[in-house]
Ligand binder design. Structure first.
Ligand code: BTN
Length: 265
């Protein structure tokens, strides 16, 4: 891709994403190691979106990887500045998930759901598979916090065995429409982030809970230190996961959720 192609694509994204403020930079590159790493290095305070057609060393949550070949995956990061310290941003990744799931549903894709804390899921013939994920990295000062919000979404199905968990894709057997999905995702986040800045996750909690893949199911949450079982109640106003453990409600702040019991009918 030439520099002209990249800027034409960036302009097309901007045209199709009217919620993007005029002062945001929108960049597209043919290939990079990780869009999150690239934006973590930019410290000029200018809000920026960086899309990579191919990503060779993309990072996921808990040390996992998220690579992408051209056409297979939508990979991008946004760098935005919020007032205050990082603790004001609890639930940001869940709010991002809500905005993305709703935007994809509005684009006509069915079966979208969210898995706590920040997996985008989609119904497949055999249950739900992971469609995408969000990785947020923060750099804080006493007055503001820069958030790099990284998003990876499978446009085409990943090669079998590429990821440990079942996967899903937006386009299975049809040509992925990168520009349409990239613009819809960018527009949705540009609209959602000011709402999050003003109201926090409480503005998104009800919507997150409507999309919660595991609502009412028996689940296990595997944290760094221990595993916890219970009925999945949902996310609270700060984005913590509430688990009904029978004799008490536990508030979980980090971990991986999986189903513990067979799916009910
Ligand atoms: C996860 O589910 O583990 C999160 C995956 C996030 C991957 C995206 S792809 C764009 C951005 N750049 C990265 O290196 N990671 C995120």
């Amino acid at each position: 891709m030439t520099a002209d192609d990249a800027s034409t694509l960036a302009e097309a994204l901007r045209d199709r994403a009217p919620s993007v403020p005029a002062d945001w930079r929108v960049d597209v590159c043919a290939r990079t190691e990780s869009t999150n790493s690239d934006l973590l290095e930019r410290r000029d305070g200018v809000p920026c979106a960086l899309f990579a057609l191919a990503q060779t060393g993309g990072r996921g949550r808990r040390g996992r990887s998220w690579t992408a070949l051209p056409g297979d995956s939508l990979t991008f990061s946004l760098r935005v500045r919020f007032d205050g310290r990082a603790d004001r941003l609890s639930g940001l990744s869940l709010a991002v998930g809500v905005a993305l799931a709703e935007a994809l549903t509005a684009q006509g894709f069915d079966g979208l759901a969210l898995k706590w804390p920040n997996d985008l899921m989609r119904a497949t013939g055999q249950g739900a598979g992971k469609l995408g994920g969000v990785l947020i990295e923060l750099a804080s000062t006493p007055t503001h916090t820069d958030a790099v919000i990284g998003v990876g979404i499978n446009l085409a199905p990943p090669p079998p065995g590429h990821y440990a968990l079942p996967t899903a894709a937006l386009f299975d057997g049809t040509q992925p429409d990168w520009l349409r999905i990239a613009a819809a995702a960018l527009d949705a986040l540009a609209a959602a982030l000011p709402v999050f800045a003003a109201q926090g996750f409480s503005a998104f909690a009800e919507r997150w809970n409507r999309l919660n893949l595991h609502a009412g199911y028996a689940v296990e949450v595997e944290g760094e230190m221990r595993a916890l079982g219970g009925l999945c109640v949902g996310a609270d106003a700060d984005g913590a996961l509430l688990l009904d453990c029978g004799d008490r409600i536990e508030r979980v702040l980090a971990g991986d959720v999986s189903l513990r019991a067979p799916v009910r009918n």
